[in-house]
Design a protein around this ligand. Structure first.
Ligand code: PLP
Length: 376
């Protein structure tokens, strides 16, 4: 039996050894409560504040603008719902946002939600957004930095400009973008930015919300005053430190790693297009994350496709990881205007830092066979 091939790194990617070491170090040596005044507390506090300063430096922020959360979902919820509770007005979200954004916006009241359409490549329609902004200043505009499903990188600089002109706060979900494309808040005028550790080799259940100084936001949880009152609860210092270590490594390796991933992704797509009639590469005609390949396989049963791949030892995903298990076509592909016959049978391969050419070649050998089987 050959080794299994894991191509679902956008769902989660293995913990980096350096992040694990950093975590263990905090858990075993600096385990105090950062709010305690004694030396155990002070040591934990120092580790947490060091992580905060380093994370801030990585994205061009100030340490006071970094809020450690328990994951990307929580960062998104805090940005969207926290903003909605602090400021009146509509919430304008792109149609391809992660459910952590869309569901949070709906929870604020569906009458407040304005969906901004995307084009056939999954890129937000800036003219439509400008139209929404002319109707009245939203409490928040939310356009993700890069799509978790198709990888399309969004025109965040342009969106930031439109929002600044209109006086609207701009939130971007950068969960899939950090470590893959440059993400800097000193270059792009974004007010709120969400991150998640486990997408780049940090632990699950760790996230960050960047909240630019002066951005009005209400907390979603209540308790102590930790994280400037925005995320009360005793801080998970080990996760915050490990996230920072992983993010620093991902950023340091970014250019080389992405060039490598792009070459492998291109090999995968070219090879599969040659071997599978009717295969469609989604979001092909726009800038994409080099790590994501989203393919529509007309005529194939989506669930059987993934199950057959799994039986062959290949891990991929259909739609976003959080919604797999649900049979309805991806809201992202539907928003891109794909008919149900293309949006339904879609597969997302996502590459990681250790993905090899041998693994890609194995997919090239197996996937066409699997497609043939589930098409008949
Ligand atoms: N936003 C995007 C774009 C994601 O891909 C994910 C993870 O699937 C999340 C938010 C949620 O992050 P977490 O798993 O840390 O809650």
């Amino acid at each position: 039996m050959t080794d299994p091939v894991y191509l679902d790194h956008a769902a989660t990617t293995p913990l980096r050894p350096q992040a694990r070491e950093a975590m263990l170090d905090v858990l075993s040596r600096r385990w105090g409560n950062p709010s305690s005044v004694h030396r155990w507390g002070r040591e934990a506090r120092a580790a947490l504040e060091d992580a905060r300063a380093r994370f801030a430096a990585l994205i061009g922020a100030e340490p006071a603008e970094i809020v450690f959360t328990r994951g990307g979902t929580e960062a998104d919820n805090l940005a969207v719902l926290g903003r909605a509770r602090a400021v009146a007005g509509p919430l304008a979200c792109s149609a391809i946002e992660h459910r952590a954004v869309l569901a949070a916006a709906r929870a604020a009241g569906s009458d407040r939600l304005r969906i901004v359409p995307v084009d056939e490549n999954g890129v937000v329609d800036a003219d439509a957004l400008a139209g929404v902004l002319r109707e009245g200043t939203p409490a928040l505009v939310s356009v993700m930095w890069a799509s978790n499903e198709v990888g399309a990188v969004q025109p965040v600089e342009h969106v930031a400009g439109l929002c600044a002109e209109a006086g609207a706060a701009f939130h971007s979900d950068a969960v899939q973008a950090l470590g893959k494309v440059p993400v800097r808040v000193d270059r792009v005028r974004v007010d709120l930015l969400s991150f998640s550790a486990h997408k780049l080799g940090g632990p699950r259940g760790a996230g960050v919300l960047f909240a630019r100084r002066g951005t009005r936001l209400h907390p979603l949880l209540f308790g102590g005053g930790q994280e400037r009152g925005l995320r009360p609860g005793t801080e998970d210092v080990a996760s915050a430190v490990a996230f920072t270590v992983a993010a620093e490594l991902a950023e340091a390796e970014r250019e080389q790693a992405m060039a490598r991933a792009a070459a492998l992704r291109d090999r995968l797509e070219a090879g599969l297009c040659e071997r599978i009639p009717g295969l469609r590469i989604n979001a092909a005609a726009t800038q994409r994350l080099p790590t994501i390949s989203n393919l529509s396989v007309p005529g194939a049963d989506p669930e059987m496709l993934l199950m057959a791949l799994d039986l062959e030892g290949i891990a991929a995903s259909s739609g976003s990881a959080c919604s797999s298990g649900a049979v309805e076509p991806s809201h992202v592909l539907l928003a891109m205007g794909l008919p149900a016959e293309l949006a339904g049978p879609s597969v997302r391969f996502s590459l990681g830092r250790d993905t090899t050419q041998q693994e890609i070649d194995r997919v090239l050998e197996i996937f066409p066979r699997v497609v043939e089987r589930v098409r008949t």
